[in-house]
Design a protein around this ligand. Structure first.
Ligand SMILES: Cc1ncc(C[n+]2csc(CCOP(=O)(O)OP(=O)(O)O)c2C)c(N)n1
Ligand SMILES: [Mg+2]
Length: 305
């Protein structure tokens, strides 16, 4: 979780410094959802994500150096520098990609789960998406088919309070997204998405059921997008007081306090962990900046249209 936080903070800084181009959506404040979910999965399982997917990718085991290189547009990046923030994937770790289309990963993950069912691989697919994406038509279409065909897929909605500048109370007729599970006759659960253990245990329980043939579930992780929507968001649609209150609920500080209270972590070991995470992110930036840009002569490689 620390490494994800530092990776995201580095990206926000690198954009401001003009060292990284384009845009990116960071997941500061949502790290427990990514890491809690990844901790509950098996190596054979699959994940898909959204435009806000760095944390999911890193939690699944992506190399931060290659992810950073992709953000820098370098040949050593996950998409050879051609995709950037929203176009990273690595099938070798069961990570089938981010998606710039809001809700775009929902039918895609359903297809990955259909493949697992037809082949009998025992693989569970986790599909991350946001509260805003839950209003897309493909959400209904995918959950209906996944429920009908009892597909091994967990729809994990990160209810982070906002879709761009629209708060959930302004955009959702019922902000308790997990309650929609009843419409499809599948299990639904809502957990505190800033509590690592709550997320991990909930995903583990439903992944086991799904793996055993019981079909999909809709899991809602209630969290808060501490960052702006993307680069250059002045956050005029919410107050600084609201943000300060949300920072009090920082999932990393909560986990740290918990682990210190039960004696697992000390001030020294917490510092050692943070230093190690810092070193990995610093090394990722060094790797990215020293990597070559793609050769212009390779421009037409990997084009399918
Ligand atoms: C089909 C489509 N419509 C609109 C957009 C513009 N858009 C990008 S992110 C976003 C909000 C997504 O909100 P949510 O699903 O809650 O995810 P979050 O950004 O909170 O992680 C929108 C509307 C898009 N990328 N794709
Ligand atoms: Mg959202």
């Amino acid at each position: 979780m620390c490494m994800i936080r530092l990776f995201e903070e580095a990206i926000e800084r690198l954009f401001l410094e003009g060292r990284v181009m384009g845009t990116a959506h960071t997941c500061i404040g949502q790290e427990a959802v990514a890491v809690g979910t990844a901790a509950a999965l098996e190596a054979c399982d699959a994940m898909t994500t959204t435009h806000r997917g760095h944390g999911h990718f890193l939690a699944r085991g992506a190399d931060p150096a290659r992810a950073m290189a992709e953000l820098f547009g370098r040949e050593t990046g996950y998409s050879r520098g051609r995709g950037g923030s929203q176009m990273m994937m690595d099938p070798d770790i069961g990570f089938y990609g981010a998606n710039g289309i809001t809700g775009g990963s929902i039918p895609f993950a359903t297809g990955v789960a259909l493949d697992a069912k037809l082949r009998g691989t025992g693989r569970v697919t986790v599909c991350f998406f946001g509260d805003g994406a839950s209003n897309q038509g493909v959400f209904h279409e995918s959950l209906n088919l996944a429920a009908l065909w009892k597909l091994p897929v967990l729809f994990v909605v990160e209810n982070n309070g906002y879709a761009m500048s629209t708060s959930t109370v302004r955009g959702l007729s019922n902000t308790h997204i997990a309650e929609r599970a009843g419409a499809y006759g599948i299990p639904g659960a809502s957990v505190d998405g800033n509590d690592f253990f709550a997320v991990r245990d909930c995903v583990a329980q439903h992944a086991a059921a799904s793996r055993a043939g019981q079909g999909p579930a809709l899991l809602e992780c209630v969290t808060y997008r501490l960052s702006g929507h993307s680069r250059g968001d002045a956050r005029v649609y919410r107050s600084r007081e609201e943000e300060s209150a949300a920072w009090e609920n920082d999932p990393i500080l909560r986990l740290e306090a918990y682990l210190k209270a039960d004696g697992t972590l000390t001030d020294d070991s917490a510092k050692t962990l943070r230093d190690a995470a810092h070193a990995r992110v610093d090394e990722a930036i060094r790797f990215a900046e020293s990597s070559p840009l793609p050769d212009p002569a390779s421009l037409q490689e990997d084009l399918f249209a």
